[in-house]
Design a protein around this ligand. Structure first.
Ligand code: KIV
Length: 274
């Protein structure tokens, strides 16, 4: 089943209605060409704030700004015609309270055409999620490992092991109760993610979570082998495009140095048509 199985581009209520059905497919994209590649295969495309690390070389997602999200959101929107666009709320754009969150979420949606925003946080974000949902902003929540909280979590570790499981259960229940249409579960134990998926009325989208989630998401540069600075356990490489690009660039450099590029077919003659 694909995003357009009924010939209609999905909107958040369609995604919510897929609870317990054929797993939802989501990938990130940050540019128009990559959006065009993922669009036919995905139900949802996420302009994640991971773009700070993946595209801009930042050490974490904390330096990502609204302007970066809007610029990349607009680029991705130009490449999509089938999948639903979701844009991340960057760090500092929503945590002050519901009014700040609404102002920035409305700007993201208006300027990118996104159908929904994603924000990180569980029980403490429930009031904000309810405020947004009641005012026309569909919210995808994100609990478990929330990378914007890396400094308070003490690193990018698995969340919800042992006695910590109740915190994740409560976070997931709180965001669902507040009106999120779906929730990302990042880096939580397999059995806990499966249990939360069974207990929630909304779809769970796993990343380092469980095959029992209602859907999966990966960072596209990770699964294509383009981002190689580090590789979390949950990343499966479906291609090695980084290695292929290295081979191609090395071949180009060697041909330039040997004057084998450009060849006659790449240059122009003095006469038209040559
Ligand atoms: O920023 C991002 O790309 C994300 C996904 C990994 C879920 O939040």
């Amino acid at each position: 089943m694909s995003a357009t199985v009924e010939g209609k581009r999905p909107v958040p209520p369609d995604i919510r209605a897929r609870k317990g059905g054929v797993p939802l497919v989501m990938l990130t994209a940050y540019t128009t060409p990559v959006a065009r590649l993922v669009d036919p295969h995905c139900d949802m495309v996420l302009v994640g704030d991971s773009l700070g690390m993946v595209l801009h070389g930042l050490p974490s997602t904390l330096g990502v700004t609204m302007e970066m999200m809007i610029l990349h959101g607009q680029a991705v929107a130009r490449g999509l015609s089938r999948a639903m666009l979701v844009v991340d709320m960057p760090f500092g754009a929503y945590e002050e309270g519901p009014a700040q969150a609404f102002r920035n979420a409305a700007r993201l949606m208006a300027e990118t055409g996104a159908a929904a925003v994603k924000l990180e946080g569980g029980a403490h974000m429930a009031e904000t999620i309810a405020f947004l949902a009641a005012r026309g902003v569909p919210v995808m929540a994100h609990v478990g490992l929330t990378p914007q909280a890396v400094n308070t979590l003490g690193g990018y570790r698995v969340q919800g092991r042992g006695g910590d499981a109740d915190r994740i259960r409560e976070d997931a229940a709180a965001v669902a109760g507040a009106g999120a249409f779906a929730v990302v579960l990042e880096k939580v134990p397999d059995a806990l993610a499966a249990e939360i998926t069974r207990s929630l009325p909304i779809p769970t989208i796993g990343i380092g979570a469980s095959a029992d989630c209602d859907g999966q998401v990966l960072v596209v540069d990770d699964m294509l082998g383009l981002f190689t600075a580090f590789r979390p356990k949950f990343v499966k490489r479906y291609a090695e495009l980084g290695a292929e690009a290295d081979r191609a660039i090395a071949a180009y450099a060697a041909e330039v140095r040997a004057r084998r590029f450009p060849a006659p077919e790449h240059v122009f003659g003095a006469e038209p048509g040559r």
